[in-house]
Design a protein around this ligand. Sequence first.
Ligand code: ZN
Length: 189
Amino acid sequence: MLKIAHIGHPILRERAREVGASELADPAMQTFIDDLYETMRDANGAGIAAPQVHRSIRVCIVEVQANPRYPYMPNIPLTIMINPVITLLGKGTFQNYEGCLSVPNLRGLVARSARIELSYLDRTGMDQKQTLVGLSAGVFQHECDHLDGKLFVDRVTDTTSLTTWADFERFHMASFVARMNALVDREGS
Ligand code: ZN
């Protein structure tokens, strides 16, 4: 298991560098990807990025399968991204309640693009491309932000939305889930 960097650690604020083709094929990199995935699962994360485990390279992972930290999230199949690039599709945004393994016990509302196109290399070096909407699109935008040294708290404009995880469930989750269901009706899922 890898050690998770917390907010305040300078590595979370660097722009991570691209991974080259031969570096990706190296068994050491493949082992790192496995370790990153295990670290994410152990922490019940919806995603994780390499800078969060003190490696400043453009690698991140997303997976949601009945996640106890995000009971309202749609399932997202395991996606391992090398050098991902996000293109925003349209001007539609929504307010996403985000949390982060590197920002313990804090959540807050962040404006995210409601529809994105994601391009990346998979772990075998093959080009991949997909379109994502709503909560799923929010998770990918959050993880890719890590590769540019950005944390969700940088994007919180209404600081009164900041909340602990327990008080999110107590005071904010029901209305958030209702808004997300309306978003799914509007944007599809
Ligand atoms: Zn994060």
